[in-house]
Design a binder for this molecule. Structure first.
Ligand SMILES: Cc1cc2nc3c(=O)[nH]c(=O)nc-3n(C[C@H](O)[C@H](O)[C@H](O)COP(=O)(O)OP(=O)(O)OC[C@H]3O[C@@H](n4cnc5c(N)ncnc54)[C@H](O)[C@@H]3O)c2cc1C
Length: 393
């Protein structure tokens, strides 16, 4: 007999753990599965933008990040060629600093909170198929544990938070209705013994890099180049490309890394153009990278995944409580996501072309910064609405 839940979530990282946590805190019985193990890392750098910190604070988890020793980021330095611009982080509601938690730290904080909220979490459990009724409505999942045990579960809604290459999206045939044109290839590594004050974003001609302070006294360092360039020149020597880029646009940082201690190997991400997918249908929804991906160069994926987990959880709760129909609630999720994502999606795609001159880049990055405001405003407005509903009770 399949087990029965109010919601099933596939993928237990930023998007999935947060969606499951929100639903369980509202009293839902939630199953959360992931084919990976508890506390494992994932290829990503770690920079949260303001909306991400707002959402972590709204979830009551910002203190956990601080308690885990995640350094506070109080400034951003952007290097345009050979000119550095220093921008101090402006304190605002819920945000007196930004944070860049290591993924093993962040994902554990989210999962632990989900477990405390009562989510039934199964690691090393892989989705193998979706179950549907005769009309195609998704009824639940079939999954297999690492020891070969099988799991069948049913729920009114199955959420695919299973990342860029989402199996759920593939199985339901989710339509991609907006596609980017550009992709950057990134190489990422970790060092300790390197002094850094805040996020460092470093831009040169057709190349970029970043230095991000994270947990355990480490910095995460990435370099990015157009995907075509990487494919033709660097694919078989990503380490060479990494150091070449760094020496070219940030010899000071190249020297600092040479004096530090490297942890683990460099890892590469080939890159794909961004996309927006249809994020819901009968009995299913998508969230996080599974639904909406944009080039990592503007470091917004986790911030947007947290935001969209909130939007989706609200839609599911509205439908499950009978305050709205499933179709209207989920269509509202899609409309809000698209409205909040549209500008950032297009701007990120322009940054990822690397086809800007240095004098064009500053206005472009200012537009990127402005495109974050609607997400922050939207998240803060949710609390204002809740507070006024409370007052009128
Ligand atoms: C190189 C790089 C650097 C980045 N840097 C930043 C940054 O600095 N800041 C930022 O905000 N974003 C960054 N991003 C983007 C960010 O990593 C993603 O947006 C974010 O991880 C998306 O989270 P998610 O929960 O949607 O998906 P994921 O983190 O991809 O999680 C998906 C989960 O689904 C599980 N899964 C997949 N298939 C199955 C299956 N069949 N059954 C069970 N489980 C399954 C996987 O095991 C995985 O745990 C970066 C990305 C890359 C590649």
């Amino acid at each position: 007999m399949p087990r029965s839940y109010d919601a099933i979530v596939v993928g237990a990282r930023v998007a999935g753990a947060t969606t499951a946590l929100r639903l369980a805190r509202a009293g839902m019985r939630v199953l959360l599965i992931d084919r990976a193990g508890y506390g494992t890392g994932v290829l990503s750098t770690h920079a949260f933008m303001r909306g991400g910190v707002v959402q972590l604070a709204r979830l009551g988890l910002a203190d956990d990040l601080v308690a885990a020793g995640t350094p506070a980021i109080r400034r951003t330095v952007i290097r345009y060629g050979d000119v550095d611009e220093v921008i101090d982080v402006r304190p605002s509601a819920h945000v007196d600093a930004l944070y860049a938690p290591h993924r093993a730290v962040l994902d554990r904080i989210l999962i632990d909170a989900a477990i405390r909220a009562g989510v039934d979490v199964r690691f090393r459990t892989t989705l193998t198929a979706l179950r549907r009724d005769t009309e195609g409505r998704v009824l639940g999942i079939e999954a297999t544990g690492a020891d070969g045990t099988s799991l069948e579960a049913h729920a009114p809604i199955t959420v695919g938070a299973d990342g860029l290459r989402s199996r759920v999206a593939r199985e339901v045939g989710a339509l991609t209705y907006e596609r980017g044109t550009a992709a950057s290839s990134m190489v990422v590594g970790y060092w300790s013994g390197v002094d850094v004050d805040g996020y460092q974003w470093l831009y040169g001609t057709r190349q970029a890099a970043g230095v991000i302070p994270t947990n355990d006294g480490q910095v995460s360092v990435w370099t990015g180049v157009p995907r075509d360039h990487f494919l033709h020149r660097l694919r078989h020597r990503p380490d060479l490309g990494f150091h070449e880029v760094l020496r070219a646009i940030a010899p000071d940082w190249a020297a600092a890394l040479a004096g530090g201690h490297q942890h683990g190997p460099l890892r590469g991400f080939l890159g794909i153009p961004g996309f927006l997918r249809q994020p819901w249908g009968r009995g299913w929804a998508l969230v996080g990278d599974a639904a909406y991906f944009k080039d990592p160069l503007t470091t917004h994926g986790m911030t947007d995944a947290l935001r969209d987990a909130e939007l989706l959880a609200r839609a599911i709760l509205a439908a499950a409580d009978g305050r709205d129909s499933w179709d209207r609630a989920l269509a509202n999720y899609q409309d809000t996501r698209d409205a909040l994502s549209h500008d950032l999606f297009a701007l990120t795609d322009r940054v990822a072309t690397f086809a800007w001159r240095m004098d064009e880049l500053r206005p472009l990055l200012l537009d990127v910064a402005r495109a974050m405001h609607p997400t922050v405003d939207h998240l803060l407005a949710l609390d204002a609405v809740a507070a006024s509903a409370e007052e009128t009770r």
